[in-house]
Design a protein around this ligand. Sequence first.
Ligand SMILES: [Zn+2]
Length: 136
Amino acid sequence: MDWSDSLLWPGGKLLGIEWSAWKVVGWIGNAIFTSRFVVQWYASERQGRVVIPTLFWWLSLSGSLLLLAYSLFHKRDSVLIAAYGFSWIPYLRNLVLHRRSKNARPRCPKCDAPTDTGDRFCSQCGIGLPTDTPGT
Ligand SMILES: [Zn+2]
């Protein structure tokens, strides 16, 4: 047995984990929930400022619901159930608020893509956008 066997298959089990269908659900939920940090970090680095993309809230919602299902139906652990039992509520609410604010945003006159206040160019088609303050 070499070092990779002892790292990947300790005790003859993948990663030393006793796998079951619920374990897979829990690990997928964990991976989805954790991936939201990578998504948020990448979006912020890309824009050079702190941003929270919609995908962050979708990953938060889906990951927490999978972890809640794992906690409720498999683990039946009060600590985990309390941790994930209510966290989905603000994630869902943020998605609703995001949808509302997105619908309220000004739209590009050429391609109808939503724009942000202060944008000088459309992010979709690239045309110059009208500004409220002349000379800027
Ligand atoms: Zn456009």
